[in-house]
Design a protein around this ligand. Structure first.
Ligand code: ZN
Length: 339
């Protein structure tokens, strides 16, 4: 009961990359950088195990950013000439690479860290990939001229890597689609379909993570503008419920998401955000267990998976470790209460 996991990313140690940044610069290069990424991965596998989590990830230590880590391995992308673009419905500006030709994978994207993860824990493993709609929203298209076409082109490549991750022994492949909350109608119209294309043929568990973004200022300001009730999920949860994706990760603690929206996800495992990523304040075990209690009115206990609201990448390492521990302790308390 209450299989615990994190959304995905964790902070990079200061010897690997700049700290507390969304697009941190690496501190090494070449083979030294490759080794440093794997060393950091091991460190976070241990931290997740020490915190008592049930599903372990690689902490996304090998990618500079959750979207660009994948895109860097794609042919047809010009990474040398990035341009500034408003992303997530122009919520904030980012320097993004350009799509300049037909897309093809250069080879495996995440083999090293996925195999290291699989070899380094006996627990269930999860690996995250950006979702097609979110990738489309984080690159500048100079070639396809159509968001849907471009999304399905990326979905095909994501599918290749997802199948390879499954062959590496990964138990859960998760696609991150924060863009769904920025384009709620398109998410329902074609976003879910593109996601299913990315997950096609997978026999391991499939998941999607949809949040209100990392705890950066632009996202916090946006959330403050969304009013007393955040009903974005309501628009596309029915399409997700009807899809083949098995687990849905949503933002919950300290949000204005009405808990009853979770009942739109009948038949799905619900990864419930019980750890806030927009505040450095550490949740108490009671607070985590109370949040789980609130959700149990709408999600059967065997389907509830306590999780973080989003990735912890831009936080300090000490805060991230304390938050992993809070998650582990809170879940233990929630289990005790129901025992
Ligand atoms: Zn997120």
């Amino acid at each position: 009961m209450f299989e615990s996991t994190i959304a995905g990313s964790l902070p990079k140690p200061s010897w690997l990359a700049e700290t507390e940044k969304l697009w941190p610069k690496w501190k090494a290069e070449g083979p030294e950088l490759q080794q440093a990424k794997l060393d950091a991965t091991l460190l976070w596998i241990k931290a997740q195990e020490d915190a008592g989590l049930d599903v372990i990830g690689d902490g996304e230590q090998s990618r500079q950013h959750f979207v660009h880590g994948f895109v860097e391995q794609v042919e047809g992308i010009d990474f040398e000439h990035k341009v500034e673009m408003g992303i997530r419905d122009d919520r904030y500006k980012a320097m993004v690479p350009q799509v300049v030709g037909p897309l093809r994978l250069k080879g495996r994207v995440h083999a090293s860290e996925a195999r290291l993860l699989r070899a380094s824990t006996k627990k269930k493993t999860k690996f995250t990939l950006p979702g097609p709609m979110t990738i489309v929203d984080t690159v500048a298209d100079r070639f396809y001229g159509d968001r849907i076409k471009l999304a399905f082109a990326f979905a095909e490549l994501l599918n290749q890597e997802a199948l390879a991750l499954q062959a590496d022994g990964i138990d859960i492949v998760q696609f991150d689609e924060p863009a769904f909350n920025a384009y709620i109608d398109q998410a329902a119209d074609w976003g879910v379909q593109a996601l299913e294309r990315a997950a096609q043929g997978l026999t391991c568990t499939t998941a999607v993570h949809i949040c209100y973004g990392y705890g950066i200022k632009a996202n916090i300001d946006w959330k403050n503008s969304l009013g007393e009730e955040w009903r974005q999920y309501e628009r596309f949860f029915p399409a997700l419920a009807a899809s083949s994706i098995q687990q849905v990760s949503l933002e919950f603690i300290h949000s204005h998401v009405p808990p009853e929206l979770m009942s739109l996800l009948k038949g799905k495992d619900v990864m419930l955000g019980v750890i806030d990523v927009a505040s450095s304040q550490i949740e108490t075990p009671e607070e985590v267990a109370d949040t789980i209690d609130r959700a149990l009115q709408f999600v059967p206990r065997e389907r509830l998976r306590p999780c973080t609201n989003c990735g912890l990448a831009p936080m300090s390492r000490a805060v991230a470790i304390a938050k992993l521990e809070a998650l582990g302790r809170g879940v233990a308390l929630a289990r005790q209460r129901l025992a």
